[in-house]
Design a protein around this ligand. Structure first.
Ligand SMILES: Cc1cc2nc3c(=O)[nH]c(=O)nc-3n(C[C@H](O)[C@H](O)[C@H](O)COP(=O)(O)O)c2cc1C
Length: 353
């Protein structure tokens, strides 16, 4: 068994265990519309065992970065359909990463009429890029009223319905990097005094309700979850991430999800891979700074079912074939990571062209 061995994760069938990690690349039009260059980009990478899309907002309030996608209206669903059709035509498998940024936003990056919402009215420290005015502070969020939380859960459910309508094979809940689910989980960003804040059980409630809603659409076998406990990205901090995630994953176990996508964070207080192995070892995808050799070893030893790669896919659309053939990898250009258009995006050639 190695990275080239097919694997089934829930209802998802991967032809190899080299997964493309979700990567925001800011190639959309305004108002969250996917573009034609994105069709090329994802098609070129379809030999991955599974592609996890860049983070996609379930609702307009969920957008926070410039030129990032949504999946909450008919035009967006149609545009995503062109992408999933292209990936499927190449025999690939693709899941949509559902990402609600919560307070990690600036109004300049958001559609008119949308709001920056969070569990509590606590602004994240730091800045975010805007096309109009360069780096800007994060918005001061408005705390969600108790009665509004069900509507946000419903946004995730509807986004899941929309993702299947757009032809995705599954959906992944983005539950890390300081976005809305992480804002609920962490004590620093969640100071609610109702049943969504305070105790571990209360702070985990939002994530569990969202996962149940997503799994209710077409079964849990097409729903995955991405975690990175104790990752302070975007200014989140939890008093006891081990306890929070032990509780959360214990509860998630009974949902029988397709997979758990765990990112390592060696400077954190939790061994995130060991945590994933303890609760969902038979469906664990590992990530963060894996190279080919280390990933091969982890899969061969049965420690991981698959490994996802982010940066290696940027300049190597044929990453799977390169590793299969023992070919060298190309380096990517940092300057075009988030710039509009094909350059530094769908412009990277295959090794054999
Ligand atoms: C340009 C870029 C954009 C990213 N966007 C996302 C994202 O939208 N969602 C997410 O969960 N992770 C995102 N990540 C993190 C990657 O999925 C991955 O965890 C990270 O690159 C580490 O994996 P690697 O060492 O194989 O690159 C992004 C990373 C990069 C480099």
């Amino acid at each position: 068994m190695d990275l080239f061995t097919p694997v089934k994760l829930g209802a998802l069938e991967l032809r190899n265990r080299i997964v493309m990690a979700p990567m925001t690349r800011s190639r959309c039009d305004v108002d969250g519309m996917p573009t034609a260059v994105m069709v090329d980009y994802y098609r070129q990478r379809a030999s991955a065992g599974m592609i996890v899309s860049e983070g996609i907002a379930p609702c307009a309030d969920g957008l926070g970065y410039c030129r990032t996608p949504g999946i909450y209206n008919a035009a967006q669903i149609d545009a995503w359909r062109a992408i999933t059709d292209a990936v499927h035509a190449e025999g690939g498998c693709m899941v949509a990463q559902i990402m609600h940024v919560g307070r990690v936003a600036n109004a300049l990056n958001k559609p008119a009429g949308s709001e920056t919402l969070a569990p509590s009215a606590i602004r994240a420290r730091g800045e975010i890029y805007t096309d109009q005015q360069g780096m800007q502070p994060f918005d001061e969020p408005r705390a969600l009223a108790l009665a509004e939380i069900a509507a946000v859960v419903e946004d995730y459910r509807q986004a899941t319905v929309n993702a299947f309508a757009a032809g995705f094979d599954g959906v992944e809940l983005h539950c890390t990097s300081g976005y809305l689910p992480a804002q609920f989980l962490c004590t620093g960003s969640n100071q609610r005094t109702d049943r969504y804040g305070g105790s571990t059980e209360n702070r985990a409630r939002f994530v569990l309700e969202v996962l149940e809603a997503m799994a209710g659409v077409d079964g849990s076998g097409r729903v995955g979850m991405r975690i990175c406990p104790d990752n302070p990205f975007n200014d989140v901090a939890d008093a006891d991430p081990q306890e929070t995630f032990d509780y959360l994953l214990q509860a998630v176990q009974s949902l029988d999800l397709a997979y758990l996508h765990a990112m390592r964070y060696p400077r954190g207080r939790v061994d995130n891979i060991a945590l994933g192995q303890r609760y969902m070892g038979d469906r664990l995808i590992g990530n963060e700074s894996y190279g080919f050799e280390e990933a091969q070893k982890a899969v061969a030893a049965g420690e991981l079912m698959a490994v996802s790669f982010g940066r290696n896919f940027i300049a190597n659309p044929d990453l799977v074939e390169r590793w299969q053939g023992g070919l060298a990898l190309a380096a990517f250009d940092l300057a075009t990571m988030y710039t509009p258009g094909a350059q530094g995006y769908s412009s990277y050639p295959r090794a054999n062209t």
